[in-house]
Every structure is written in structure tokens, then in C-alpha cells.
Design a protein around this ligand. Structure first.
Ligand code: NAD
Ligand code: DAU
Length: 351
């Protein structure tokens, strides 16, 4: 059945994989990618879709309420998959206001537009909010985050995402908007902005630069291949139950230092260097303020109820990721030089 879906943040890391999956898998759907193209938004992530007739790009800011209202009135979207956000914890520590603007106010603007334009027909429309495991706070050595775990966000980023999750639930409870939320663990894979741990280390190893490890490197993250996250979003969008929350994770915990050691080994092999060469770049630096110790998702519910499971083992996914970054030097150069930000003008504004 044909559908018109608005995907926000589709030029970012995860959003671009979600847009690609939907455009290619559902040729009958019209996919609208709404993105402000902040430093994290890169249309070069989606060049392969430019000639797809069911793909449409809209440049815009979710913080601009009148623009969002107009967009919803112009298009009768059947559903929204909302990924647009400020996503980097370190940036939230430097500048929390931007996170409140985009992650909280931007989300509420979308909810308001959906509430107004879908009035009287909520059962035919879905608002899917993509969130993070960081809303649950920090674990010590034992236990997992479940869908029922109480929220306990610890950084300005996670506090802003927790707030947006609360608004989504409040709009369902108060106005009866149909909603689903998913909370996912750390993603890795191609097209991730090289401010995040894995692509930052790949880029630094390539350029023989230090690999900054915060604190003692003992913090633990649960890593999931980005395409598996996109697959989970597809399953939840189509089969998730109204009002439900789904945790998404890889059952794949690594301390940062063990992960970086593995990455160094893979990079040495791929670059034809003697094993142990890249490890010498490891440099311990001042810890992140309020650094969460451990995240670990229990993803049993999505497996049991919707049949989703990760498709890749971490070692395989990491090799694939390294291969992609090494084969796509131009993408990385454009990001690090800032050239990718000219792409929109070249591609769209001079037409
Ligand atoms: P990203 O930073 O790579 O991409 C964010 C995208 O949102 C960019 O394209 C950016 O231009 C766009 N954007 C930012 N502000 C906007 C605004 N005001 N209006 C319109 N567009 C705007 O982020 P990501 O890592 O792909 O994360 C996507 C979503 O998934 C976020 O909601 C994040 O909280 C969530 N998430 C991320 C991870 C992860 O490991 N990266 C894990 C779980 C959940
Ligand atoms: O858990 C999901 C979250 O994962 C998402 O919601 C966020 O959007 C995403 O950015 C990610 O957050 P993290 O803070 O866990 O990811 P990051 O890649 O920034 O850091 C991973 C771990 O590595 C973390 O413990 C901090 C550490 N780190 C990070 C950087 C950038 C370092 O030791 N050195 C670094 O230079």
C-alpha cells in the first residue's frame, strides 16, 4: 500500500541508512527527508538515491514551528520517523541550549503539527520517535536496560532526549496521537561523522595521530551495526504496537580500550602495517565530564515480539566499517575539510 512518510534527520548517520532502506525496499512509498543540514547532515551520504523517483529532500529546521506546520499542511504524511537531533554528548556538554532547541522544542513542534493535521484520524497515522539508551542513565557492572527501566539521564544530551521521549508519551496520553518509541544502543558503520569514537580513531590512525581515550578507557558501550538499527526501525514502523517502547541493541558490550585495541589490529592488517603499530597511538586524556560508565540493552522484547535480531557479528561489522572508510577517502576528506557543506549549493541551489 502506498504511503507518504516524513523522515527527519535523514542526511545524518543513522537517518541516511533508514532513508535508503525505505526508498529501496518500498518503491510505492514516497519518502520525504527533512534535514537542516547542520554540521552532521551530509547529502553526500545519499548520492545513490538522487535519481530515485520516490525520494524527496526538503531542507528545513524542525525548530521553526511555522515551517513545520506548513510542511504538514502541504503534504498529507501518513507517518513520521523522527531522527533529527543534536547527537554528540561532548557537544552537549559545551553547548546544552542547542540540544534543548532541536531535541526538545523541535520534537514538540513536530508533535504539534502531527496533532493538528492528523486530527480525527489518529488511528491512520503514526509518529515514530527514535531515541537512545542513554535516557536510562548509567549501569554499573551488572544488569541491563529494559523497556521498563526508569529514566535517569546524566548528560545534557540524554536529558534532552529523555525530555523528548516524555513529550511523545504525553501527546499520546493526552491527545491520543498514535506513537512508538525505540531506544537504541551505540551505532557504528559507514557514514558516521568522525567525532564519534570509531570513525575518529579510524581517521586518526590513517593520519598517524593520537587516539584519545577518555579516563582509563574502562567505560562500556553496547555496539550495533547501523544497518541493523535501520532494519529494526523498519520492523517497528510496520509492526510495532501503538504506545509501545522497543529497546534495540546488539548484546555486544566492549570496554572502550578493548574496542580500540581491536580496531588498531584491524587497521594494521588493512594498512599492511606490522601488528602493534597503531596501538602506539593510544593516548589517555582527561575524562568526559559525568561520563556514563556502562550501557547495555536487553533487546529480548523486539526479538520475541517482532522477530528482529542483529544480522552481523561485531568483528565482521567492524571490518566492513574500516573497509568502507578506507575505500571512501574522498567522503572523509570532504568531512574533515568541511567541503561537504558546499554540496547542497552545488546540487540544489543552482538548479
Ligand atoms: P547525526 O548527528 O549523525 O544526524 C543528525 C541529523 O539531524 C543531521 O543530518 C542533522 O543535519 C539533522 N538535524 C539536526 N538538527 C536539526 C534540526 N533542527 N532540524 C532538522 N534537522 C536537524 O545523528 P545520528 O547518530 O544519526 O542519530 C540519529 C538519531 O538517532 C538521533 O535522534 C539520536 O539521538 C538517535 N540515536 C543515535 C545513536 C547513535 O549511536 N548514533 C544511538 C541511538 C539513538
Ligand atoms: O548509546 C547511544 C548513544 O551513543 C547515542 O545516543 C549518541 O548519539 C551517540 O553519540 C553515542 O554516544 P556515546 O557518548 O556513547 O558515543 P561516543 O562515540 O561519543 O563515545 C563512545 C565512548 O568512547 C564513550 O564512552 C566516550 C569514549 N570516547 C569518545 C570519544 C569521541 C573516548 O574515549 N574518546 C573519544 O575521543
Amino acid at each position: 500500500m502506498s504511503k507518504k512518510i516524513l523522515i527527519t534527520g535523514g542526511a545524518g548517520f543513522i537517518g541516511s541508512h533508514v532513508v535508503r532502506l525505505f526508498v529501496n525496499k518500498y518503491p510505492d512509498y514516497e519518502i520525504y527527508n527533512l534535514d537542516k543540514l547542520t554540521y552532521a547532515g551530509n547529502l553526500e551520504n545519499l548520492t545513490d538515491l538522487e535519481s530515485s523517483s520516490n525520494y524527496h529532500f526538503v531542507k528545513g529546521d524542525i525548530v521553526d514551528a511555522s515551517f513545520i506546520n506548513q510542511l504538514f499542511q502541504e503534504h498529507s504524511f501518513d507517518g513520521v520517523i523522527h531522527l533529527a537531533a543534536e547527537s554528540h554528548v561532548d557537544r552537549s556538554i559545551e553547548n546544552p541550549m542547542e540540544f534543548i532547541q532541536t531535541n526538545v522544542i523541535g520534537t514538540v513542534n513536530l508533535l504539534n503539527a502531527a496533532k493538528e493535521t492528523w486530527k480525527g484520524e489518529f488511528d491512520k497515522h503514526l509518529f515514530y520517535h527514535v531515541s537512545t539508551d542513554e535516557v536510562y542513565g548509567s549501569l554499573d557492572e551488572g544488569g541491563f536496560f529494559y523497556e521498563t527501566t526508569s529514566y535517569d539521564p546524566q548528560s545534557p544530551y540524554s536529558a534532552s532526549k529523555a525530555s523528548s521521549d516524555h513529550f511523545v508519551r504525553a501527546y499520546r496520553n493526552t491527545y491520543k496521537l498514535k506513537t512508538v518509541i525505540s531506544n537504541c544502543s551505540n551505532n557504528y558503520g559507514q557514514n558516521q561523522f568522525p567525532e564519534k569514537l570509531i570513525p575518529l580513531c579510524i581517521n586518526n590512525i590513517k593520519h598517524n595521530k593520537p587516539l584519545p581515550i577518555y579516563g582509563k578507557g574502562e567505560n562500556i558501550r553496547d555496539w550495533l551495526y547501523v544497518v541493523d538499527h535501520a532494519r529494526a526501525i523498519d520492523v517497528i514502523y510496520h509492526q510495532g504496537k501503538d504506545g509501545e517502547t522497543y529497546n534495540i541493541g546488539g548484546f555486544n558490550e566492549w570496554t572502550n580500550i578493548d574496542l580500540v585495541h581491536l580496531l588498531c589490529k584491524v587497521m594494521d592488517k588493512k594498512l599492511g602495517k606490522e601488528e602493534g603499530t597503531s596501538e602506539k597511538l593510544i593516548t589517555y586524556v582527561t575524562d568526559r565530564a559525568g561520563h556514563d560508565l556502562r550501557y547495555a540493552i536487553d533487546a529480548t522484547k523486539i526479538k520475541d515480539e517482532l522477530g528482529w535480531e542483529p544480522s552481523l557479528q561485531f568483528e565482521e561489522g567492524l571490518e566492513k566499517t574500516v573497509d568502507w572508510y578506507l575505500e571512501n577517502e574522498e567522503w572523509l576528506e570532504n568531512i574533515t575539510s568541511g567541503n561537504y557543506q558546499n554540496y547542497y549549493q552545488q546540487q540544489y541551489e543552482n538548479r
